[in-house]
Write a protein that binds this ligand. Sequence first.
Ligand code: AMP
Ligand code: GLY
Length: 303
Amino acid sequence: MSKINVLLIGGGGREHAMAFAISESQNLGKLFVAPGNDGMDFERVSLDVDDHSQVVKFCESEAIDLVVVGPEVPLVNGLVDSVLAAGIKCFGPTAHVAQLEGSKSFTRDFAAKHNIPGPKWQAFTDSGEAISWVKGINKPFVVKADGLAAGKGVTVCDTVDETINAITEMLDLGAFGESSKTILLEERLVGQEVSLFGVSDGKDVVMLSTAQDHKRAFDGDRGPNTGGMGCISPVPGTKKLQKEFVDKFLKPVVDGMAEEGTPYVGTIYAGIMLTDEGPKLIEYNCRFGDPEAQVIIPKVESD
Ligand code: AMP
Ligand code: GLY
């Protein structure tokens, strides 16, 4: 088999773990990382990943066979579509599929259509309507910016007042710019949180492992949510649930996207809450988690 030259996009701990795994492959020719980070002992290149033609040009000049995209922003922005259009193989979903991460309302609609269990939810663009809906029900909700917000666009509220404040901040004060022009109000799920990671070629899906990250900024699980500051894998007590996880959360997304003519190729990251009514979907991400990749990827024994 001829050697494969790889360009890896991204620069976090996640991409460090990915680069390390890729570098161990017997099939690897050259590996480039754009932009990488100062801790990496790999060949780093400076590319503007928003400029897709620049990325494609680099691939052509270095005879890149495979582009691997780590973070969500270039996925949602369609970098994979541009690379595939140039005839270069890519690991990562297209922009259509990446809406599963880029739009929480897209995901909830998709989940409803494909019978993937989740919380009750409602989308709003008008704060007055959202607030009177909350006052009518008189319960706290989870308030979410519809679009990408670097893992910070969710407020899990304990009171009705907190819910109203979060609605006002997102819809009236533009806390997350374009991303919070639409918000979701979701029923608060209670239980243990588990992240599942799978990889798919568009037809089949293989589950890698589960992980659980630690999100709150302060000790004792207090303070605002961060993107995750450490994690464990696998999540204790979840081995017996693996088949249920695959059947309820990984297969339906791969089959659903294939049916719609937009196959899911890449990493599937499902955030799940283990509730008294069974596991329910919190969210899909279309990439490895960070820090989760750092504990999941080193456990994978093959390419
Ligand atoms: P997300 O950005 O969707 O991952 O949300 C960040 C965090 O908020 C999740 O990891 C959960 O801890 C929490 N969260 C999100 N949605 C819900 C929900 N419907 N019920 C309870 N907690 C939630
Ligand atoms: N650690 C959570 C995430 O990568 O989204």
